[in-house]
Write a protein that binds this ligand. Structure first.
Ligand code: SAM
Length: 322
């Protein structure tokens, strides 16, 4: 019996996922895809703990097969030895009906966060009338513990942009020691979602952007707006100690990283790490991810991890630590 690997990712991201897997896992052969779900044929057995073949995979694991009804699903899940069943929509646009699948008895708790080492049975629900897709993966600390790779964060109504969620997801996923009293420099800070998140955590935020911050963010005593482009930023404008560098500019990754590299001699001595959003306006940038990682390492941040976060769109989050 041939074995298959599967990945889920937000719809529209499949080209990036396929390109990345073709580069990182050339032994896998693309087999099947639906919006939000891709499978590959493997030359041999696929283990539950198979390392994700792409940073664009929100869930990665062993593909088990399709099930038309609860009984068929139960039969596929039973041999997996799963400690958890994660039920989630393949594509949020399809009005997937999750209820029948969250209520059926698959022999393990449904939609609880996985613990390290647990085998999770993934039940991927498509459009009404479509069979569900069953997969399995073993949870480890590098993977989000919630169904579908979700990273739950509380976003307050006052958040002026999606960047609030992006920042909180990055901190939660990478377990970053971001703490009150630290100092953050954010390049590309308007309208101020990430700045609000950091300021709410008690950080002092230096927000660089020629654009306006939302008035209620600009009014915070621990947010300091520097209304210039990063290229015009002078070192004398910055505080002596910066703990975290945040980058979220709509510039090509090479250009954005060039600007960061220019600042690094000033930041390096004190910096704990960086949260960088790299925009992938051209899918060709997917092939350049290893070069971007190398570039970040050369800046003195050797521990670089990439992940497409739930609130990322055509972009990828790089977390880099000293
Ligand atoms: C995706 S938005 C940033 C969202 C922001 N991080 C937040 O939390 O709301 C991108 C921002 O990059 C800014 N930007 C573009 N080029 C820039 C540059 N050269 N220097 C600084 N900011 C720049 C834009 O003005 C825009 O506000």
């Amino acid at each position: 019996m041939p074995e298959f690997a599967f990945a889920t990712s937000p719809t529209g991201l499949e080209p990036a996922l396929k390109l990345d897997v073709a580069r990182q896992r050339p032994e896998l052969r693309f087999a099947y895809s639906r919006p939000g779900l891709v499978t590959w044929k493997a030359p041999g057995p696929v283990r539950d703990d198979d390392a994700p073949g792409s940073v664009f995979a929100h869930v990665w694991g062993r593909s088990i097969g399709a099930a038309r009804d609860a009984e068929a699903a139960r039969q596929l899940i039973a041999p997996l030895g799963a400690a958890h069943v994660h039920v989630f929509a393949r594509d949020p646009e399809t009005n997937a009906e999750l209820a029948p699948w969250t209520e059926f008895d698959a022999g393990a708790p449904v939609n609880r966060p996985a613990r390290d080492g647990d085998v999770v049975a993934d039940v991927i629900v498509g459009a009404p009338g479509e069979p569900v897709w069953i997969g399995a993966h073993r949870h480890d600390p590098s993977r989000p513990a919630h169904p579908g790779g979700a990273i739950p964060v509380d976003v307050p109504p006052a958040a002026p942009s999606r960047a609030y969620a992006k920042l909180e997801e990055a901190i939660a996923w990478a377990r970053l020691p971001v703490a009150s009293g630290q100092v953050a420099l954010e390049i590309g800070a308007a309208p101020g979602g990430a700045a609000l998140a950091l300021a709410s955590r008690g950080l002092d935020v230096w927000a660089v952007d020629p654009g306006e911050l939302a008035p209620h963010v600009a009014a915070l005593s621990n947010v300091h707006h520097l209304a210039v482009k990063v290229g015009a930023l002078r070192w004398e404008q910055l505080p002596a100690r910066i703990d975290w560098l945040i980058l979220d500019v709509n510039l090509a990754p090479q250009v954005a990283l060039h600007e960061v590299a220019r600042l690094m001699p000033r930041l390096r001595a004190q910096l704990r790490g960086a949260i960088l959003t790299l925009k992938l306006n051209d899918w060709a940038f997917v092939g350049e991810l290893p070069a971007f990682v190398e570039r970040i390492r050369e800046m003195g941040l050797p521990d670089v991890r990439l992940r497409h976060l739930p609130s990322n769109r055509r972009e990828i989050c790089a977390v880099a630590l000293r």
